[in-house]
Design a protein around this ligand. Structure first.
Ligand code: NDP
Length: 315
């Protein structure tokens, strides 16, 4: 009996391919290159990145699109839902890693640790010569978290032992979160001196971190982004860092990856990482397993493990 065909339309974690091949016929191809017969056999998709409405429409028998990563903004989940197609993502298994990275970025931005290390490696540490004191400290800060979902809550938990004040902004207030709630991002930015963004890429979050919000943070302000670069007006951020409107930033994500604007690269008070918040071997393996397990569960037992909210869950 022939096995179910699963399309892998582009580069994906090697473990996804290895495990998929144990259970499925894996077709590694761009869907636009498949002829009608081949496209008609595809029932599942495993994708890391983009799978738009045209790609979805080109596969008449597809039932489930399993997307690598918790952010699934590259997959047209709304369009898939209109056709009864399930989209899954990989939530929760990366919460700890991403939250750890957020804390690392925060400490690095506030205490200038990467710059200090570069200074040492460049041979500047000599008798009588010490790296300058960092202008900022984490002590006594008021940290605002923009997005208190799965990852935002883990960031907040990690911040508690640092004895900082914690507040947040989301559209819906959390009944149980023991932190100050601000119904608007502007109100949060005015109240805090440190802002961590961990919201998804949606129409509503586009460039919401703008000149106005940065100005509200103030000259001691620190901005950390582990969500999506889409959320930030990068020109406004670079200008704010350059002029001293805010003090420092730590960024794991950028508007047009992998292109990082020179205006940010040139700044000494920005710590910049190449979108690696979930990028450890154990965490990426767990994400890869969840991509495959969603397909295995759906085709074996008729229920997806982690459907996205847009998906009409079946089973
Ligand atoms: P969740 O869906 O669990 O949480 C999202 C949070 O954002 C919720 O608290 C939600 O609250 C809030 N939110 C959404 N839209 C808005 C809005 N318009 N205004 C205010 N708050 C909003 O997602 P996760 O915590 O699992 O992941 C968050 C995002 O982090 C992912 O979508 C992904 O883009 C990014 N990410 C980045 C990684 C990296 O490598 N740097 C790794 C993993 C994730 P409410 O709905 O009440 O507004």
């Amino acid at each position: 009996m022939s096995r179910i065909a699963v399309l892998v339309p582009g580069k994906i974690h090697e473990r996804v391919l290895t495990r998929l091949k144990e259970s499925f016929d894996v077709v590694e191809a761009n869907p636009s290159t498949l002829d009608a017969e081949a496209a008609g056999k595809i029932r599942g998709v495993a994708v890391s990145g983009t799978f738009d409405s045209a790609a979805i429409d080109s596969l008449p028998k597809v039932e489930l699109i399993s997307s690598f990563g918790v952010g699934y903004d590259g997959v047209d989940a709304k369009h898939a839902a209109t056709k009864g197609i399930i989209v899954t993502n990989t939530p929760d298994v990366l919460n700890d890693e991403v939250a750890d990275t957020a804390i690392g970025l925060l400490l690095n931005a506030v205490r200038e640790l990467p710059r200090a290390e570069n200074w040492l490696r460049a041979g500047n540490w000599k008798p009588g010569q010490n790296y300058p004191l960092s202008r900022f400290s984490l002590k006594g800060r008021h940290v605002g978290i923009y997005g208190l979902g799965r990852i935002g809550q883990e960031i907040a938990k990690r911040l508690e032992p640092f004895k900082v004040k914690i507040s947040y902004h989301t559209r819906t207030r959390h009944a149980t979160a023991p932190y100050g709630y601000y119904p608007s991002l502007k109100d949060l930015a005015e109240a805090v001196d440190t802002l961590i963004s961990i919201v998804p890429k949606t129409h509503q979050t586009h460039k919401t971190i703008n000149a106005d919000i940065l100005s509200a943070l103030g000259p001691d302000g620190v901005f950390i982004n582990v969500g999506r670069g889409w959320t930030v007006d990068e020109e406004a951020l670079a200008a704010a860092l350059k002029s001293g409107t805010i003090g420092a930033a730590g960024l794991d994500v950028f508007y047009n990856e992998p292109n990082v604007p020179a205006s940010l690269l040139d700044l000494p008070n920005a710590v910049l990482l190449p979108h690696l918040a979930s990028g450890s071997v154990p965490t990426r393996n767990a994400m890869a397993d969840l991509v495959v397990d969603n397909l295995v569960e759906w085709f074996g037992k008729g229920r997806p493990l982690t459907p996205v909210p847009e998906t009409p869950a079946k089973g």
